[in-house]
Every structure is written in C-alpha cells, then in structure tokens.
Write a protein that binds this ligand. Structure first.
Ligand SMILES: *Cc1c(COP(=O)(O)O)cnc(C)c1O
Length: 360
C-alpha cells in the first residue's frame, strides 16, 4: 500500500490514525457483532456514538449551552436554502460576496429574501477580503451571511463582522476546527463535513436556540431546523457512518491537544508553504495580502499554464497529488486541511524550491 499526500480541496485527506481506527472497527464495533454501517440508528450503541460525537464537538469548539448541534444532510449547499427558510422574518438580509460559494449562497438567498450585498471582492477575482463598512449594513436585517474561508480563492476572514443584534451566519465548510472560533458570536455556523470533519454526506449546523422555530409558512418539514433540533438529528435516518467518522475526527483533534494546538500546526504548515511561494521566482500566490491568506487553501500559479502543468506532473510523480487549481483561478491549489501532515507540506516545499532553481 502506497498512500500519497492528497492536497484535494474536498473531499479531502483524513488523518491516517482516524482511518486506521475506523478500519479496526469496520467489521465489528465494540461488542455489537456488526459494523456501524449495519446498525440501527435507534440502537443503544449508535445512540452512544452520536451523543459522543456531539459532546466532543461541543468540547473542542467550546460551544455554549444555548446552542444546538445538528448533524444533517444535503451539504453546505442545502444550508444556502435552509437559512432563508428559517430566518426570513422580514425578508431582508445582508451578504458578503467573497467568492464562488458566497455567490451561490447569494443566488439561492435571493429566491427568498431581499439581499443587500454589503461588500464584494469580485473586482479582483476574489483575491482579498473586502473592508466591511458598517454604514452599509441593514440594521434590521434577518441575518448577516458570510463565508469564513474561501476554498477556491484562498482568502479568510480574520475578524468577526460586527453586525450588532443581527444574527451572524457563517459558512465554515473549509475552515471549521482549523483555528479557534468564538461560537458565541454567531447565530448559525454550518459546514459540509468533507473538508475538515470527515467523509461527504454529513453537514454540521451549530445554531443558537432562539433562532429555531421561526421557519416561514410552507417550509418543508425536513428544512425546518426545529424538526431536527427536537429529535436530536434523528427525525429520519441520519448519515450514520459519516457521523461515526466525524466522532473519530473530533477524538483525534482532542488527542492532539484541541483546536488551539491544531491551529498552531496549521499556521506552521501554511507559513512554510507561503514562504516558499513568496521566495520563489517562478510562482506567485493568488492572495498577496498576508492578512487575508487562508490557512487551508493556497492557490498559486506560474506565468504559464504549461509550466503549471509540468510542475503538477512532477509533484504527482512524487506522490503529491490533486494539486490542480480551480478553473477560475488556474495554476495550483494546495489544500492543507487538518488531516494533511506537516511532512506532506515539507515535501511540497522541497518540490517548489527544486523547481524554482531549475526553471529560472
Ligand atoms: C465545499 C464548500 C461548499 C459546498 O459544499 P457542499 O457540501 O458540496 O454543498 C460550500 N461552501 C464552502 C466554503 C465550501 O468549501
């Protein structure tokens, strides 16, 4: 077996220890005599798994008591609709447009609500985080939506937007658990699992209790947060195996000393890579403003597509895979999620330095 270093933006690398643990329990979980995949979600054994997943997430993210944790399906993309279904009291909301996923969220939100785009970085291919001018905010908006980390463009917010009493709603799909966040600042945090939590198929929603129970008339039962909050994410069959793997991932984070320690490793990994790109004469980072740079996704490119392709080919031959950039940015994109070991980043940095010397 030859495992590679997988820089995919998602679904993405999981820690080897997590996969090995899952492997060791694959055929028989505890003394149940069966795999977690085969278990009734109403069984005692599974009840313990989902409860433990929630408790661990609460612990590592320091989630206050007055928030519910939901394990849903439909990806972050379904949240783009669920949020307006549940929060659109006055049909006015504020959005920040910092990339592809923000734009998709805005497009979906417009079907339900009058959307005010308070700031956008579209003018420079989303290569920076725009300044937020409070005078442009809607004081009585139903919510204020933004994307914490822009997976495709490699930018990230460093400060919490100050929307006053308006609930902050944040898409944390590609940065949840990568650095310490203050959950109490938010109305809703949501994240598709396939970047930093586990396999695709689970969506984590962390929601302040007072925001539950106000879905607009006609909201489908499955899209009402109340349905899932009242039933402990067990209204219907939850994505059982994905939640089990998420539990293993949360355990792994805890075993590493928690999110604060993981953040230090992530900063070390990202700094190492950005330094190599900044020092190189061949490569340029898509995001030049250091303050705006993502810890998780690092897009960079050379002066030609041909050089990019050649570099990707060399990396692939050396076990560093899935480095092609997204079509709207081009070049390369290295995703450095929690599961990416620092050794993988060191090897990528070595390839950058070598390539730089040979191609000047
Ligand atoms: C991947 C991603 C999405 C889309 O997630 P799905 O689970 O595929 O719907 C949305 N937002 C961000 C920030 C992402 O990285």
């Amino acid at each position: 077996m030859q495992r590679v270093y997988n820089f995919s933006a998602g679904p993405s690398v999981l820690p080897l220890e997590v996969l090995e643990k899952a492997q060791s329990e694959l055929l028989c979980y505890g003394d149940s005599g069966m795999s977690v995949m085969e278990m009734s979600h109403r069984s005692k054994a599974y009840g313990e798994i989902i409860e433990s997943a929630e408790a661990l997430l609460r612990e590592v993210m320091n989630i206050p008591e007055n928030y519910k944790v939901l394990f849903l399906q439909g990806g972050a993309s379904l949240q783009f609709a669920m949020i307006p279904f549940n929060l659109s009291k006055s049909k006015k909301s504020d959005y920040v447009n910092t990339g592809n996923w923000s734009s998709v969220a805005i497009k979906e939100g417009k079907r339900f609500s009058d959307i005010n785009i308070v700031a956008s970085s579209e003018d420079k291919n989303y290569s920076y985080i725009p300044e937020l001018d409070k005078s442009k905010f809607t004081p009585d908006a139903d919510y204020f939506h933004y994307t914490m980390n822009n997976t495709i463009y490699g930018t990230r917010f460093r400060e919490y937007p100050d929307a006053g009493d308006v609930p902050l709603v944040c898409d944390m799909s590609s940065s949840i658990l990568s650095e310490v966040y203050d959950v109490s600042k938010y109305g809703i945090i949501y994240a598709g699992a396939q970047k930093n939590i586990g396999p695709a198929g689970v969506t984590v929603v962390i929601i302040r209790e007072d925001l539950i129970g106000h879905a607009v008339p006609g909201t489908p039962v499955m899209l009402d947060y109340k349905t899932h909050a009242e039933k402990g994410s067990m209204h219907n069959t939850p994505p059982t195996y994905g939640i089990y793997l998420a539990k293993l991932m949360f355990e792994w984070i805890k075993s590493k000393g928690g999110v604060a320690e993981i953040q230090k490793i992530n900063e070390a990994k990202a700094n190492m890579l950005y330094d190599a790109i900044d020092e190189s004469k061949v490569f340029t980072a898509h995001v030049q403003n250091k303050k705006d740079r993502s810890l998780m996704n690092v897009p960079f490119f050379s002066k030609s597509e041909e050089i990019d392709k050649n570099f990707i080919k060399i990396c692939t031959a050396n076990g560093l895979v899935t480095l092609s950039g997204y079509k709207t940015v081009g070049g390369m994109r290295a995703s450095l999620y929690n599961g990416m070991p620092i050794e993988g980043v060191k090897l990528l940095v070595e390839q950058i330095k070598k390539f730089d010397k040979e191609n000047q």
